[in-house]
Design a protein around this ligand. Structure first.
Ligand code: NI
Length: 183
């Protein structure tokens, strides 16, 4: 089932999400719906707050995005992710977000991160990520901490997009996937 994606301006996107337990009702169904929602909107990642749930769950699939000559794409479910460490030289990369349609901007992030999480079977995992995988995970991880990529943009760029953000908040944006606006 395709879920509505919550748009910029909804308070759930600014909440720090909480850890989940394995008895969460129909977790497998929720994850399946999130994959369907992400793929329908042609995203590379989707976090639970973007479908209105303030829980530490996100999914990502970089297999179609990475430069296959240089990197290996991954498709993963991250539950109860917590950052252990971020390291390496920061670089800028143009990001976008399904909750903030038609706005793109360069965000600086460290090259690598190390995470601890549980997978969809609640098996504990710990791994380091770099390249495109790190970038996608850092963006999705921010969602479960209530942070949006536009908050990192330079002041000039922030000023440039201010009006567009207000229009998204009010629902005045054309998108070809289902969204939920605050209005
Ligand atoms: Ni996003």
């Amino acid at each position: 089932m395709i879920l509505p994606i919550y748009a910029y301006g909804h308070p759930v996107l600014k909440q720090v999400a909480v850890d989940m337990d394995r008895n969460y009702p129909d977790l497998a169904g929720l994850i399946a719906n999130m994959w369907e929602t992400m793929n329908n909107a042609e995203g590379v990642g989707l976090a639970a707050p973007q479908v209105g749930l303030s829980i530490r769950l996100f999914i990502m699939d970089s297999t179609q995005t990475v430069d296959k000559e240089k990197e290996v794409g991954i498709k993963r479910v991250f539950i109860n992710a917590h950052k252990i460490d971020e390291a390496g030289e920061s670089s800028a990369y143009e990001e976008g977000c399904l909750s903030i349609p038609k706005i793109y901007g360069e965000v600086e992030r460290p090259a690598t991160l190390r995470l601890r999480w549980v997978d969809e079977n609640f098996e504990p995992q710990e791994e380091s990520f770099s390249g495109t995988n790190a970038r996608v995970i850092q963006h999705e991880y921010d969602h479960i901490d209530g942070v949006l990529f536009v908050e990192y943009l330079k002041p000039v760029k922030k000023h440039m997009i201010r009006r567009k953000l207000e229009e998204i908040r009010k629902g005045k944006v054309g998108v070809d996937y289902k969204m939920k606006f605050v209005r």
